[in-house]
Each structure stands twice: as C-alpha cells, then as structure tokens.
Design a protein around this ligand. Structure first.
Ligand code: PLP
Length: 389
C-alpha cells in the first residue's frame, strides 16, 4: 500500500529544480510592459535577461513568425534555406561587417563553444585566455572559460583555460610571453554582464587585437549580452576601434525565439562538417532574427538605445546613495551599498518593475532597445521610492 503511494507520487514528473523563482506568472506582454495572472502590470527593464530587443509581441515580429510557420517552420541544414542567406546579408549590413561569414546555432553557450572550437581548428592550438568575472555559458568549453567554479563540473575541468585579471594589460602581455605559441584564442565580453556590468577598456581590447595578430591567436568577442545594438553600437567591442576575429551573439537576436550565431572574419575558411547543428538556422529562427533586424533598422533602435541609455545613466549618477553607475546604452549596472540589498525586490513587488541583478548588489537594466524616455522617467521616479524601502 505504502509503496504504491510512493510510486504514484514518483509517477508524477517534477521539474528539475534549478531556478530560484519569483512567485509571478506572466500571461501577457506588449512592448516593455508585461502582465501577471492577477492582471498586475509591470514595466519590464529586464527584457527576460537582455533577450527582448524589439519589445514583446511586436506586431511585425508576430506576423513574420506566423506567416513563416504557415509556410514551413523547420527543415534541416541538408537543404538550401534562402532565409539564412537573407539573414547573413542583413546582419552583415546592420553590423557593418559585410565581409564576415555567419554560422547559425541556438544559444549563447553554443555560439561561444563553436567560436572556441573553430579558433582551435584554425591554429591547431589548445590554450584559451579568459578573464576574471567572465560568463560565457554552460556547455563544456564555454563553462570552463566561465569564472565560476560552482558551475564547472569535474568533467569540464581543463588546464586549457588561463584566467587573467580583467583589463590588466601587464598580465595579458606576460601571459602571451609565457604561452604565446600555445594560445588559440582570447575570449572576452565587451561589457561583462554576470560580472556586474564592467566594461573592457579601449586600450585592453586594442592590446588583445595586437597580441592576437602578433601570435596568430584568435580574438573572440562574446557579444551574447552586450551586443546586438544594446549599447548603441552593434558590437560594444567595436568602441575600441579594432575588429575582433569572431563575434558571438544570441539573446537579443531572436527577441525570445532561440537563435544564435557567430560572425566570422574572412580569413577563416570553412570545410564541410567543421561545425554543425540540427536546429540552428531553421526557417522560424531566421524569420525571427530577420524581423528583429528589420525593426532595428526601420525604427533606428541602436540610436534610441544610446539616447535613452545615456539619459538614464546621467540621471542615475545624480543619486547620492548609488555607489557607481556603469555600462553603456541600455546595458546599465547600478551598484548599491550592501544595506540597500532589498531595492531590487522592492522594485519588483512594490513598484512593479522588473530589473536584473549581479552579485553582490548591482541592479542590471537590460530593457528592450525601443524603451521610451517616458519609461525611463517612470523608472527614475520609482527607483527613488524603492530606495526609501
Ligand atoms: N555569454 C554571455 C556574455 C552571457 O551573458 C550568456 C548568458 O547569460 C551566455 C554567454 C550564455 O548564453 P545562453 O544562456 O544562451 O547559453
């Protein structure tokens, strides 16, 4: 009897409980607004973790995906998919890298994994330079290059990765002097997201470029969070005025549809089966990514991200209790003193504003790129109230 009861319970499948959840169910969304099951409205400055780039349920996006689904949703990479070619052309144009090549996949980790792998195929080497505070994803090599031992399983441990302090030019030079001919690639976020919205300095990125040139190593720009127009430039690394060899992208690319990619400099020559994926670049994914780029172009969203973002940053810097405001465009980190560690929760449950966070006490703003100045003002007024508890 008892065994039966236990079995009955075991027969009910549970979720594998890996996420600490807020007790909120979102049932409707439009632009930068979402509603929960009780009808409560929220301002979304989190964008589902930097994913919502053109706003929730954008009519053009919904139509393009619906139309595509009614034609063909998926076929494998064994046949021609002209939408992929269209996407590559559009991405080349909007990102200003028409001579680069596009490989499509499904997630940020997968994009970084493929970039690291391709770099190693290219120069036949094994060592990767990554940085303190970095987050590159959870697949085997991407997680090994992530500075968080808690999420690196024993099977992912490798001595191929060399972690260096972020923005430390002397340490970078020393590492190249020590391992130069063994270094396959250097992977770096233009602005560290999980690391607390910390920007790679211009001289540091320039040094990466020149050392990679000198040693024939590959400069990989992880643009998964800081890219896709979020800072006002398509790739935030490009503020440094030097080009990376490979840019990885995901989050904002599909406005919520899982699609990712790597943009690859012309010097890398592909061969058949070098990289591959079942789902990557399917018809629906391409339609989603094209819809995003079309809206970005049509509504000048990169300029809007720069303008509204700069406004927010300038206004946030006026709050005396804020320790530091970091970031660019609509990738903003607000560092608060330890005693104000309830502000993010206050914003969500009292002011009904979604924001992100980074440890220990940084509020992350990662909203849609068409956030309005009125939204920004709404946040600023409510931030003031949330600070008071
Ligand atoms: N790289 C960066 C900079 C990220 O912020 C993330 C996700 O947060 C990833 C890679 C991994 O992306 P995904 O979760 O899509 O695998």
């Amino acid at each position: 009897m008892k065994a039966d009861h236990i079995r009955q319970n075991l027969l009910k499948m549970n979720l594998f409980d890996v996420y600490p959840l807020n007790d909120i169910e979102i049932v409707k969304a439009a632009g930068s607004t979402v509603w929960d099951a009780e009808g409560q409205e929220y301002l979304d400055l989190y964008g589902g973790h930097a994913v919502i780039s053109i706003g929730h349920t954008h009519p053009h996006y919904v139509k393009r995906l619906t139309d595509q689904l009614n034609k063909v949703g998926f076929y494998s990479n064994s046949v021609k998919i002209p939408l992929q070619v269209e996407l590559a052309e559009k991405l080349g144009k909007v990102s200003g890298k028409t001579d680069f090549q596009l490989f499509l996949c499904n997630s940020g980790a997968e994009a970084n994994e493929n970039a690291l792998k391709m770099a190693s195929f290219y120069n036949g080497r094994k060592k990767v330079i990554a940085f303190k505070g970095a987050f590159h994803g959870r697949t085997s090599l991407a997680v090994s290059a992530t500075d968080n031992p808690k999420i690196i399983a024993p099977v992912n441990e490798t001595d191929h990765i060399v972690f260096l302090p972020f923005n430390d030019e002397a340490a970078l030079k020393n590492a190249f002097e020590e391992f130069g001919q063994e270094i396959s690639s250097v992977i770096i976020e233009g602005i560290q997201g999980v690391g607390g919205i910390r920007e790679a300095s211009v001289p540091f990125l320039q040094l990466i470029r020149s050392l990679c040139d000198e040693y024939n190593a590959v400069y990989i720009a992880d643009s998964v969070q800081c890219g896709y127009g979020r800072t006002g430039h398509f790739y935030s690394h490009d503020y440094a005025g030097v080009e990376a060899d490979v840019y990885t992208m995901a989050k904002g690319m599909g406005n919520g549809f899982p699609v990712a990619g790597i943009s690859i400099a012309p010097k890398f020559k592909p061969w058949h089966y070098m990289l591959g994926t079942t789902f990557g670049g399917n018809h629906l994914a391409c339609a989603a990514a094209l819809a995003v780029l079309e809206i970005m172009e049509q509504d000048n969203l990169m300029a809007n991200a720069a303008e509204v973002g700069n406004y927010l940053i300038a206004e946030l810097k006026k709050f005396e209790v804020v320790k530091e405001v970091r970031g660019r465009g609509l990738m903003i980190g607000i560092e608060l003193p330890e005693e104000l560690n309830q502000v993010k929760k206050n914003l969500l449950f009292n002011q009904h504003i979604f924001t992100g966070e980074a440890k220990p006490n940084v509020i992350r703003l990662l909203p849609a790129l068409n956030l309005t100045k009125a939204h920004a003002d709404h946040f600023l007024e409510n931030f003031k109230i949330a600070l008071q508890g």
